[in-house]
Ligand binder design. Structure first.
Ligand SMILES: CC(C)(COP(=O)(O)OP(=O)(O)OC[C@H]1O[C@@H](n2cnc3c(N)ncnc32)[C@H](O)[C@@H]1OP(=O)(O)O)[C@@H](O)C(=O)NCCC(=O)NCCS
Length: 169
């Protein structure tokens, strides 16, 4: 299977924040952002694997900055590392200033998707070759995050999480 670059999965979704999608402070509702990120991540995962993909885990979400009503929100999703059937997707969320057009980073998130066949069984996917410094940094840390996610899900014994343990040694 031919390896792919992160750029080949790059997915950019731009949308506006409508009144029905806000909380009482007139900022974007967290669950709405999670759903938008899930959709963008699923497209990136599909572009990388060219298979049916399902969300296996939401590994990290940082709601660092609120997103006001009327904001133009851009979500950029890229596969940061591919394993056997699972992929880590890294998402960067930007809001665009109405007057200057300048984009400010609002949030980021990391999702794990698994490629499956028509019966829902995990299938093998192409490996990922990181190119830029940021892609290499995210690629290197992804195994550690996978192990943490599996330990928290009760699918891996902490003693087997070698990458994770190395952080504390
Ligand atoms: C995700 C799913 C396909 C995994 O199936 P499974 O029987 O656990 O399969 P496996 O144990 O072989 O895991 C498959 C891959 O997923 C990874 N994985 C499973 N759970 C994970 C988790 N919580 N965090 C990170 N990776 C996970 C495994 O490490 C493995 O990766 P690899 O093949 O790249 O090494 C299955 O749990 C599923 O279908 N879940 C429901 C998905 C869904 O409906 N999502 C939408 C929710 S509304």
């Amino acid at each position: 299977m031919q390896p792919k670059t992160a750029l080949q999965s790059k997915t950019v979704v731009t949308d506006i924040v409508l009144p029905s999608e806000t909380n009482p402070l007139n900022n974007l509702f967290g669950g709405e952002l999670l759903a938008r990120m899930d959709r963008a991540a699923s497209i990136a995962a599909r572009r990388h694997s060219r298979r049916i993909v399902v969300t296996a885990s939401v590994n990290h979400v940082a709601f660092n900055r609120s997103i006001p009503l009327g904001s133009v929100v851009t979500i950029e999703a890229k596969v940061s590392r591919a394993f056997t059937s699972s992929m880590e997707i890294y998402l960067d969320v930007w809001i665009e200033d109405r007057e200057s057009g300048e984009c400010v980073k609002a949030n980021e998130a990391i999702y794990t998707f698994v490629a499956v066949d028509e019966t829902g069984r995990p299938v093998k996917i192409p490996q990922l070759i990181p190119e830029s410094d940021l892609e290499k940094q995210r690629y290197d840390a992804a195994l550690r995050r996978k192990q943490l996610s599996l330990v928290l899900a009760g699918k891996m014994k902490p003693v087997d999480a070698t990458e994770l343990k190395a952080l504390f040694e």
